[in-house]
Design a protein around this ligand. Structure first.
Ligand SMILES: [Zn+2]
Length: 190
């Protein structure tokens, strides 16, 4: 889709919402109480609002390459702080996707220049699960398993955040490890 189309689509989108509810945007602008924090990959094909059927205001979103929750990443940690500490979301969804380019890059061992520091987060996951991942013969299955293990490891990273850990322990927050399957469009719950 070309860029000009995005603006045209926006005008149509606004009209649709207003036709349905004249005060829609006025109400939307009053505040947010999202049900969940979604942390996923930046991949252009993995659009959480679309595949979850979520409306504006439903999910607080953070996306980066291969859905990493770096314990020292001020961006994701700030998003968590705001979503959990202030917005009091009930759920955190950590969502990877099969066919993830970030995971593929980390597995390849190639030099990706300025991407290397980011890929080191994923290489750490690989190293931790080297025996299992490297033991899978089919490269397709190997990649799929790496994607799943990465999601589970990022959930572990999330639990290192004290705010999250406390909210989970007090049963005020649940964490959900998901993988989006590009080939079927379906969510796989791990
Ligand atoms: Zn990806």
């Amino acid at each position: 889709m070309k860029l000009e189309q995005f603006l045209k689509n926006n005008a149509d989108w606004v009209k649709n919402y207003l036709d349905n509810e004249a005060s829609y945007f006025e109400n939307l602008s009053k505040g947010q109480t999202p049900e969940a924090l979604y942390i996923g990959c930046s991949d252009s094909r993995v659009s959480p609002e679309l595949f979850m059927g979520a409306a504006p205001g439903d999910i607080f979103v953070h996306r980066n390459i291969a859905n990493v929750i770096g314990t020292d990443d001020t961006s994701v940690q700030s998003v968590i702080e705001y979503a959990v500490g202030h917005l009091k979301v009930n759920h955190i969804i950590v969502c990877g996707h099969y066919g993830c380019g970030g995971i593929q890059a980390a597995l390849s061992g190639n030099d990706f220049g300025k991407l290397n520091p980011w890929l080191s987060h994923l290489k750490a996951v690989h190293n931790k699960h080297k025996q299992e991942i490297d033991g899978i013969e089919n490269p397709h299955d190997q990649l799929k398993r790496f994607v799943e293990l990465n999601v589970l490891e990022q959930v572990n990273n999330a639990l290192e955040n004290k705010l999250i850990k406390t909210a989970v322990d007090q049963k005020e927050l649940k964490i959900h490890p998901w993988v989006f399957d590009l080939t079927s469009g379906k969510i796989v719950v791990l």
